[in-house]
Design a protein around this ligand. Sequence first.
Ligand code: DX5
Ligand code: ZN
Length: 379
Amino acid sequence: MALVVLSVYVDGSSQGNPGLAGIGVVACDEKGQVVATRQRPLPSATNNEAEYQAVLEGLRLARELGASEVIVFSDSELVVRQLQGAYQVRSEGLKGLWREAKALMRQFRRCEIRHIPREQNAQANRLAQQASDLASFRPRAVKIAPSILSADFRRLGEVVRELTEGGADWVHFDVMDGHFVPNISFGLPVIEALRPETSLPFDVHLMIAEPERYVDAFVKAGADIVAVHVEATAHLHRLVARIKELGAKASVALNPATPAEWIRPILPFLDVVLVMTVDPGFAGQKFLPFVLDKVRTVRRWMDEQGLTAELEVDGGVTAANAADCVAAGATVLVSASGIFQSGLPIPDAIEALRQAVKKVTGDGTEKEGEPPSEGCRCG
Ligand code: DX5
Ligand code: ZN
């Protein structure tokens, strides 16, 4: 192969996981087409060690791909300058890694190490972030909660039965009032009418102002889990207590721009934390990846306190990002258009989400051609 360009990225210990790093490698051909990707969690490494490991991983992948010429991009200027010979390697810990990299570099007819700013390296960044999540990942059962918001409303009874047979864990209901969110969907009578159709838990997401006025009625209509927005009520603890008193599970939802801190004091009282990954109001919106940092934060708090609440993500969740969500700590995936607009029969769409999630617990290697790749922006 004439030239393979590899971009390498390491993400250190952003979300309070000091010492953990993730390596993401994206290999592209001369045309910028992604040829292969690789990711690897790296427990207990210093930043510079991790950067060297990332370059090594990139060089190894290039060898495996049979490249004769290679350019490896790293976001660490220090590592780049050291490998270019412009800076000396002083630290004993790095000398071995430097030698290893140099030895690998000599195996190519031509090999260059260049610098790339982190933000210009989106795909490798994403792989590295996921790998870093995996370094602290503990496998947990993942539930699929299809939202009927994108289903055919003419035949909701059938839809709910299909979801039941198709392997859904919960049925998610998006109740909108045209006030808290700029859209009106459906309310109590729909939930009540569908209740006899399945024994699956009804996960009722209230995107309504003053939810305290309606929780009794929604539990009576058949809600098993009632989610209220932290932005929509002044007395969150009282409302959570009321939901539980009614015999339902209490869930609190946060909009994308709402800080995790808003639910921190109440976390031990919750059965579910619902992190919105789009601004609520409509199905079919684009997933907001920045919200995954909030998922990581809530996951860390829950693990530190030994809390077993479910951590649910809602909005724009598809087979393409389900693994990112689970790696960040989510245990429930809500999906409306990802299921009902996928073009697949309901059981297959649910299965596709489950398969996507398995990647997190698999060998950590993404196979060639999946997930759908953006081009290499490094060449
Ligand atoms: C957004 C709702 C979501 C929505 C998800 O306002 O809370 O549950 O239906 O739809 P998709 O999965 O299409 O983003
Ligand atoms: Zn929802």
